[in-house]
Design a protein around this ligand. Structure first.
Ligand code: ATP
Length: 208
């Protein structure tokens, strides 16, 4: 991945509290992906969902120094975008889930352009995962909250996703919090690593 500059603080979370986490603070800088790890059930998904304001939570969250409360919830969720581990699909065909399918770089994640005519019901879990990444990026988020985005992918697809997201983060000067357990992936992509343990977030070494 190519990272041009050292980033500046883009998303600031202070004293975030939700159903399963208390008093979590963190800062995400632009163009500096942060990997988040932690045991199963430690609250990684809950943390991402709380930052995206998808679950009830309290605390101060700021994007570009603007507090979350002053941005309407729909815009907030577009700017601070959560990619769930299992994506949701509601229309019949893939293309219907994109605003402008003709401009989506399907080829970057190994699809040809006919994929937009595919029925959603035929998609494998890995195809869903790759298409969900493209759908997320189409909204040009400022912050990417990624919940194990390559969990179902082979090595080549994983590399394609890492490269596409890395380029997006660099070019758009976006921030990224990426949940992963894979040590090799953390070494490839992380500028910083956080570990969620006993409801506390602590820094961890990128290479172990
Ligand atoms: N709405 C909720 N209210 C209360 N507890 C919840 C709620 N949703 C999930 N939990 C519990 O909170 C804990 C953290 O869940 P979460 O999904 O964030 O874990 P995780 O770290 O993402 O785990 P995994 O790596 O297995 O996906 C779990 O014990 C889960 O059962």
């Amino acid at each position: 991945m190519i990272y041009r500059n050292r980033g500046s603080s883009l998303l600031i979370v202070e004293h975030l509290t939700c159903a399963v986490l208390q008093d979590i603070s963190l800062t995400l800088k632009d163009a500096e992906p942060v990997c988040l790890s932690g045991a199963s059930g430690s609250g990684k998904t809950r943390l991402l969902r709380a930052i995206a304001d998808l679950d009830l939570n309290t605390g101060k969250v700021m994007l570009d120094n603007v507090v979350r409360e002053s941005i309407d919830p729909q815009s907030w969720r577009r700017k601070v975008a959560y990619l769930p581990a299992e994506s949701r699909w509601w229309a019949q065909t893939v293309g219907e889930h994109f605003r402008d399918p003709a401009s989506v770089p399907f080829g970057r994640l190994g699809f040809d352009d006919q994929v937009k005519d595919w029925k959603v019901e035929r998609l494998s879990s890995g195809e869903r995962q790759r298409l969900a990444v493209l759908r997320l990026l189409e909204n040009q988020p400022r912050v990417l909250l990624l919940d194990e985005p390559t969990a179902n992918l082979d090595a080549q697809s994983t590399q394609r996703v890492e490269t596409l997201i890395g380029e997006y983060i660099s070019q758009a000067k976006a921030a990224c919090l990426w949940v992963t357990h894979a040590a090799d992936q953390i070494r490839r992509i992380a500028r910083q690593r956080l570990l969620l343990e006993n409801s506390h977030l602590k820094p961890a070494a990128v290479a172990e």
